[in-house]
Design a binder for this molecule. Structure first.
Ligand code: CU
Length: 173
């Protein structure tokens, strides 16, 4: 920390000089920042057996991710956060991972009539690998599951009418 402040002070002093010197001092600061970054990154990837994923849904009926990548064999710890304010019965969101050969439209339509089971259709449950709870604004839910076999899967929100906008790819590498 002291080192950083020193460099910063030095940079400020140098920047009183000509432009060339100023540019050079910027580069030095950049190097300093880069040096401290690898340590933080290393901490994040130490446990490669778990893929931590956070995805949000909002009041505009949008997920913040259209693609999620994990590796085969990983345990996936996925958190869905509803960052909106609207209630669950108006703008509910869940995150449902569909089987590889699932018929998204059929699931979406069946789900719309499955209010009693939080819009997870019992008749097509075998086409849904895993799903979070249905959430209202401000709520979140975390699920853990094993990444399925390599391939490209589809995830959707099964709230009535949402899957058209709220869908994305879940890629297992
Ligand atoms: Cu939704």
């Amino acid at each position: 920390m002291n080192k950083l402040i020193l460099i910063f002070t030095a940079a400020l002093a140098i920047s009183c000089g000509d432009n060339k010197k100023e540019k050079k001092s910027d580069m030095q600061i950049g190097t300093q920042v880069e040096e401290s970054t690898p340590a933080a990154t290393k901490d994040e990837v130490i446990d490669d057996s778990v893929a931590n994923v956070t995805i949000t849904g909002n009041d505009q009926m949008k997920f913040n991710k259209v693609e999620i990548r994990v590796k085969a064999g990983q345990k996936v710890k996925l958190t869905l956060q509803h960052v909106g304010k609207m209630e669950k019965n108006i703008m509910g969101h869940n995150w449902a991972l569909l089987a590889k050969d699932a018929d998204m439209a059929a699931i979406g339509q069946a789900a719309a009539e499955a209010a009693d089971t939080d819009y997870i259709p019992a008749s097509l449950k075998d086409q849904i690998i895993v799903h979070t709870k249905m959430l209202g604004g401000g709520e979140s839910d975390t699920i853990e599951f094993e990444a399925p076999e390599p391939g490209t899967y589809t995830f959707i929100c099964t709230f009535p009418g949402h899957y058209a906008l709220m869908q994305g790819k879940f890629i297992v590498e």
